[in-house]
Design a binder for this molecule. Structure first.
Ligand SMILES: N[C@@H](CCC(=O)N[C@@H](CS)C(=O)NCC(=O)O)C(=O)O
Length: 225
């Protein structure tokens, strides 16, 4: 099985199924398709049916779309608790994953994932306040029910879906209550996440579209080292 991914430092959608594969110790290899540089869009279009990553390749089956990849893995490896075992928890985990997939647009546009960076104070809190309040309610509800450290107790696909958002809270030092901070720490403590992070920190590539200093006009495109 092979997962095509984008740059580890920036590619939020790639991180999600990669965490599931790595955490549940499913044998796989990965290949980075860069999200910048010469011909990057053409290369993505040649390798991915949607022109986007991630893409899972299993034999002659080529699956784009994060949620579809995670569901495929859950079906292919039914003995692994990729989704919570309890059917009520599973329903809520899928609801949370769907909400993440379709929502949190303010955080996604104002606070791009950038694992190597630290940019406290650069995101306008008013612009992301609604998303932060929803995160506090949603994570708070599930963590209170499960007792943590992950949303449904043990790490599941729901946590994989929220991992990139957790990194944004840390990168931009967004104001969150202790319970939310503790969950962010739990994501960073996950060995699979640490594995991804250490590889991300070794990447040399810059994607201007995801660099807040470029987005906010403090730095000219193409000048970050
Ligand atoms: N709906 C897709 C979104 C995938 C996506 O937007 N991936 C980004 C990288 S994180 C990408 O490939 N961007 C390239 C582009 O938009 O041209 C999914 O859930 O997998």
């Amino acid at each position: 099985m092979k997962l095509l991914i984008g740059n580890r430092n920036y590619s939020t959608w790639s991180l999600r199924p990669w965490l599931v594969l790595r955490h549940f110790e499913i044998p796989f290899e990965d290949e980075v398709l860069q999200l910048s540089g010469p011909r990057w869009r053409e290369i993505l279009a040649e390798r991915s049916p949607t022109g986007k990553v991630p893409v899972l390749i299993d034999g002659d089956l080529v699956i784009p779309e994060t949620i579809a990849i995670i569901e495929y893995l859950a079906e292919r490896f039914p003995d692994l608790p990729i989704w919570p075992r309890d059917s009520r928890d599973r329903a809520l985990a899928r609801a949370a994953a769907a909400e993440m997939h379709g929502g949190f647009s303010a955080l996604r546009s104002h606070a791009p994932m950038n694992l190597r960076a630290s940019h406290p104070g650069k995101v306008d809190h008013d612009a992301v306040r609604g998303d932060l309040q929803r995160i506090e309610r949603l994570w708070g509800q599930h963590l209170a029910r499960s007792g943590g450290p992950y949303l449904f107790g043990e790490f599941s696909a729901a946590d994989a879906m929220f991992a990139p958002l957790a990194t944004r809270l840390r990168t931009y030092a967004l104001p969150v209550p202790d319970q939310v901070s503790a969950y962010v720490e739990a994501i960073y403590a996950l060995p699979a996440f640490q594995d991804w992070l250490s590889q991300a920190l070794r990447e040399p590539w810059i994607v201007d579209d995801d660099e807040i200093d470029v987005i906010q006009g403090r730095v000219a495109p193409g000048t970050l080292a």
